[in-house]
Design a protein around this ligand. Structure first.
Ligand SMILES: Cc1ncc(C[n+]2csc(CCOP(=O)(O)OP(=O)(O)O)c2C)c(N)n1
Ligand SMILES: [Mg+2]
Length: 273
């Protein structure tokens, strides 16, 4: 029997596959690797109201690796922000679900992203703004490991501790692969936990494909971060949860035929039984 959150993660994966099936291709590897984190955030951690997406006191999520939009859309649809049927319009002309996140198009999307690195700064700015307004709301940020090669991420890494952004919890989806190969071969970011620690962050490193462990880590951060921002390094597998995608070395952006998608969905549904 899967835990409630693991079950939710599987449901998010199934809904994602419906999106990719309808479009025929997409950023499948990095969408799957961050799915367990989204299950934890929207299944347990975050404060939000699907009927009032602009609620002022809500927690915010910035999906800085904006190409993982489809994973977030699946999550938002399952939580009732918009009809499940809308998922089939992913990345089509006139859609409200573009390939990368757009806060002006999609209910529940808090920040427009896609240019890697920029979501780091906008998330820190949101956290600073909420703190200045003395709001009881947190900002969550999701970065990629390849994205963390961007200089802008390191400007933010300096800025957030300086401003004591203890309403700020970041995740780094350390799936070891970027667009065109292994992160360690292209521009190694390790030891990434030690780096954030040295920059003044409360840092944890966990199995990022276990939503229950992610909830535990966020509770730990909330209890122990003091006046620091928190960084949770998620050790993940790119393509997690769909074996054929995990095993495809360059799985950043793949074609997904209807037959592929149906096979992936059948395997995921079997996990729910
Ligand atoms: C500034 C910028 N440069 C390049 C790209 C193109 N691009 C999109 S995703 C990606 C790879 C990102 O790798 P990673 O952060 O590891 O993402 P994940 O593995 O989680 O998909 C690149 C180079 C971009 N979106 N923005
Ligand atoms: Mg990566």
């Amino acid at each position: 029997m899967q835990s409630q959150l693991k079950k939710f993660a599987t449901e998010i994966r199934i809904a994602q596959m419906e999106e990719f099936k309808a479009r025929g291709f997409g950023h499948i590897g990095g969408a799957l690797s961050i799915t367990d984190c989204l299950a934890a955030l929207y299944g347990e951690i975050m404060k939000y109201d699907p009927k009032n997406p602009q609620w002022e006191d809500r927690d915010r999520l910035v999906m800085s690796k904006g190409h993982a939009g489809p994973a977030l859309y699946a999550t938002l649809a399952l939580k009732g922000y918009f009809p499940m049927e809308m998922l089939k319009t992913l990345n089509q002309n006139g859609t409200h679900l573009p390939s990368h996140c757009d806060k002006n198009l999609t209910p529940g999307i808090d920040m427009t992203t896609g240019s890697l690195g920029q979501g780091a700064s906008t998330a820190a700015g949101l956290a600073l703004g909420l703190k200045a307004q003395k709001k009881d709301a947190r900002v969550y940020l999701i970065l990629g490991d390849g994205e963390s090669q961007e200089g802008q991420v390191w400007e933010m890494a300096l800025f957030a501790p300086q401003h004591k952004l203890n309403n700020f919890i970041a995740f780094l989806d350390n799936n070891k692969r970027q667009l065109d190969g292994y992160t360690a071969d292209i521009c190694n970011i390790e030891p990434i936990d030690e780096k954030f620690k040295a920059f003044g962050w409360y840092t944890l490193r966990i199995d990022g494909n276990d939503p229950d462990k992610i909830v535990e880590a966020v509770n730990d951060a909330k209890a122990n971060q003091g006046d620091k921002p928190a960084m949770i390094i998620l050790d993940t597998v790119k393509g997690a949860g769909v074996k054929a995608v995990e095993e495809t070395k360059l799985n950043h952006h793949l074609n997904v035929t209807a037959e592929d998608a149906d096979a992936y969905i059948a395997a995921l549904k079997a996990e729910l039984e």
